[in-house]
Design a protein around this ligand. Sequence first.
Ligand code: KE4
Length: 464
Amino acid sequence: MEVEASTVKTFGRGDFFHHLLAVKYSIKENVLISTASFKTTQSEEIFAAAQKLMPGGVSSPVRAFKSVGGQPIVFDRVKGAYVWDVDGNQYIDYVGSWGPAICGHAHPEVIAALHDALEKGTSFGAPSVLENVLAEMVIDGVPSVEMVRFVNSGTEACMSVLRLMRAFTGRDKIIKFEGCYHGHADMFLVKAGSGVATLGLPDSPGVPKTTTNNTLTAPYNDLEAVKALFANNPNQIAGVILEPVVGNAGFIPPDAGFLEGLRMLTQEHRALLVFDEVMTGFRIAYGGAQEKFGVTPDLTTLGKVIGGGLPVGAYGGRKDIMSMVAPAGPMYQAGTLSGNPLAMTAGIKTLELLQKPGTYDQLNRITKKLADGLLQIAQETGHAAYGGQISAMFGLFFTGEPVHNYEDAKKSDLAKFSQFHRGMLERGVYLAPSQFEAGFTSLAHTDEDIDRTLEAAREVMSSL
Ligand code: KE4
């Protein structure tokens, strides 16, 4: 149904910005896409204007669709498992704002809690009980965390935890894994994943060699390579940081024994083990991948889910280590908006919703149905494919070989992934716009949504 600008005006949609946009661009509502009617003229107009205002027209590179081609769609609003673009096209969303929307977008209880919090102000810059509440929930929920510090993004959490690793051990070198992404702080931009992999950026310009020569890398799932790094750098390695389930090279789970092996190696060399659970935290399990796999690191970084869609990151772990963080200890780290009351509120409500019995059984069931279905359809339509899921995180590579690390992932058919992505987009399914990302489901995704997604996948794969 096409809603003319004038009609939108009489509807008085309330949201001034939406009204402005509606007046300027006629926004259709609730149009389920068939490829014939897939119009993106408003998106194209807005994105063209954006490219004159912001580098690449985006606030974060992966959103530009560079690796899958075609124009990104411009979001108008999100709700539950769905996204509507400015042309009124509706999509089933498997990105979920890159992880935060695990309870579904704009969950009514989160929105209501934010409305109440707004009445008390948007920022304090001073202690608030809300920080205590969310801190207690994180400490109670995540096995490694005895004390936590809130920051504003996963990048900030990872760069802070790196400084803490070095401060606590007095050592400078770290080990990260090829294809893992720990935000865009200089020392991590070495063979990183996510947007760096997507854009094929080698080591980003602007990062001095002096910064990255303390960053050692190894292939994911390769314990022998890690052993060799420790042997060649005796007493110099502060610790190992990794995604315990990789999402930033596509979806790559740890091989059996890999996490346990890293735990033993770091203990043997008196180095720290750090799980970057910015993506996996409260998604792989309520207690993250460390709960799921029963391996407890010394430090953990978090983000995304714990902010419920508002900007939050966190790092935490053993009390003896965290006690080094200023002002308790000498390691400096600070932030104007850290512990922001609105972000704390959204995080608290989100974790409360996730604590409900059966949450992770439901997330695992619905995501397994999707991942198994995609693999089966690929097989039935003659496409070699590899992938899977753990809880509410999934991935698919077009390859006949298993994918255990970033090198394997890069050998998959990236062109076919791009065609698949575009075909699904035109049929109302919004997948992450890069092979080097993971997919995310939520408590809002229904069996009907999965069925519709698989129907679209069958159509697209049959046409590839
Ligand atoms: P942010 O600074 O983007 O909040 O978090 C950085 C980060 C750290 N660690 C892990 C494991 C992460 O996945 C991320 C960020 N994830 C990407 C998606 N793969 C964010 C999307 C984007 O960069 O736009």
